[in-house]
Design a binder for this molecule. Structure first.
Ligand code: RTP
Length: 150
């Protein structure tokens, strides 16, 4: 177990459906610390960099169009095993295979409209944080930290 940072993004459908507050609340309530957040509409070129590993997949063009179609909420959350735990909180890529209680399992149905993204490894988190927050992230101590971390 280690203190990690993960990149979590509320996709355009999550923003349009008014789910920003609910998704943020889950990360706050779990005990993660928010260290960066912005609402931003991305270019297709930027999204092609973010999803570079998926270039060539049949759903890639549709994915880029959907992701560029409206603003997203870009966030960095920090805490114990933040990468793995963040993915568990999001659920499976396909919402129909996501357990109830996970964000996708509670709020969506279609794989191409799965409302959120979470880094899949510490390395990808580092790359994604640089890509979405080239200006850097905040450093601060939360008063609750000693009640959440041993
Ligand atoms: P994400 O990167 O968005 O967190 O999703 P993921 O790791 O769970 O899944 P990944 O394989 O990286 O796919 C990225 C996004 O592409 C869309 N997708 N559509 N139509 C399809 O079969 C399909 N497969 C993937 C989803 O929006 C997925 O989150």
């Amino acid at each position: 177990m280690s203190i990690e940072r993960t990149y979590i993004m509320i996709k355009p459908d999550g923003v349009q459906r008014g789910l920003i507050g609910k998704i943020i609340q889950r990360f706050e309530e779990r005990g993660f610390k928010l260290i960066a957040l912005k609402l931003t509409q991305s270019t297709e070129a930027h999204l092609e960099d973010h999803y570079a590993d998926l270039k060539g997949k049949p759903f890639f063009p549709g994915l880029i169009k959907y992701m560029a179609s409206g603003p997203v909420v870009a966030m960095v959350w920090e805490g114990l095993d933040a990468v793995k735990t963040g993915r568990v909180m999001l659920g499976a890529t396909n919402p129909l295979q996501s357990p109830v209680g996970s964000i996708r399992g509670d709020f969506c149905l279609a794989v191409g409209r799965n409302i959120c993204h979470g880094s899949d490894s510490v390395d990808s988190a580092e790359k994604e944080i640089k890509l979405w927050f080239p200006e850097g992230v905040t450093q601060y101590t939360s008063a609750l930290e000693s009640w959440i971390l041993e």
